[in-house]
Design a protein around this ligand. Structure first.
Ligand code: PEP
Length: 256
């Protein structure tokens, strides 16, 4: 059977400038090392703002920290007259292993469509950066269509044209659970994660479905992570608010 390395990812959103980022990453690394964190057994990544990435890269490489990092968004374009956009090529040059794509805040506040999420996914893969594709239903979607329908159709759309051997991560983040303090139950999240794994299988084949990590996100904290990690189709978490406290985030990474 394929084993999927658990993945704990911290989305900082628009918090921590490049100086605060250095202090925070040092503290997080100490905290994890203090807890004898096995980085091969559980991968840990942070997703700082773009302006922090160079500082994080310098620190991680100078101190040989076993932490991964990535960006919170990427342009669908490679280069050119796209004011304010950031190319996947730039992320790749800064050794970003990952990039978050289609976070609900971007879908809602910046009107990102399924089509744009698909183009950004393709752009990330083209530049060798692993997309963390976010999908999830709003409270209204949940009431009208149940929990799985919207995330399933968002993931299907994002995977159009993706090759079977592509390295991707999927994050199921019910919009009503993000920043609300009201996490989904592990059972609810597992049900959608299983439906998303079926989409992976249908779009990319059984091998990709078995290998690809599916994260849960939405009000995850150290007190509720264990329940999610016990579910067979949940391989980790995308953490917002609780990722800004180094001790709390390191406790989430030690979910066992
Ligand atoms: C997120 O924004 O990806 C998220 C899961 O936020 P929070 O953990 O704060 O709900």
């Amino acid at each position: 059977a394929v084993t999927r390395t658990p993945f704990i990812a911290g989305n900082w959103k628009m918090n921590l400038d490049h100086l605060q980022a250095i202090a925070f990453v040092q503290k997080l690394a100490w905290s994890l090392q203090d807890a004898k964190h096995d980085f091969d057994a559980v991968e840990v990544a942070v997703f700082p703002p773009f302006t922090d990435l160079r500082s994080v890269q310098t620190l991680v490489s100078a101190d040989k920290l076993p932490l991964a990092y990535g960006a919170q968004d990427v342009s669908a374009q490679d280069s050119g007259a796209f004011t304010g956009e950031i190319s996947g090529a730039f992320l790749s040059q800064l050794d970003c292993r990952y990039v978050i794509i289609g976070h609900s805040e971007r879908r809602t506040l910046h009107n990102e469509s399924d089509e744009l999420v698909r183009s950004k996914t393709a752009a990330a893969l083209k530049h060798g950066v692993t997309p963390v594709i976010c999908v999830g239903e709003t409270a209204e979607d949940l009431e009208k269509h149940g929990s799985s329908a919207v995330p399933v159709s968002q993931l299907r759309a994002a995977l159009e044209g993706v090759s079977a051997d592509a390295d991707i991560v999927v994050a199921y983040e019910p919009v009503w659970a993000i920043g609300s303090g009201q996490a989904a139950t592990p059972e609810q999240a597992e049900q959608v994660a299983a439906a998303l794994r079926a989409v992976l299988s249908e779009s990319l084949g059984d091998d990709a479905a078995a290998r690809t990590r599916i994260l849960y996100g939405g009000s995850v904290k150290s007190g509720n992570i264990a329940g999610f990690m016990r579910e067979p189709n949940i391989d980790g978490a995308l953490v917002g608010g609780a990722s800004l406290d180094a001790t709390e985030f390191s406790n989430i990474a030690r979910f066992q």
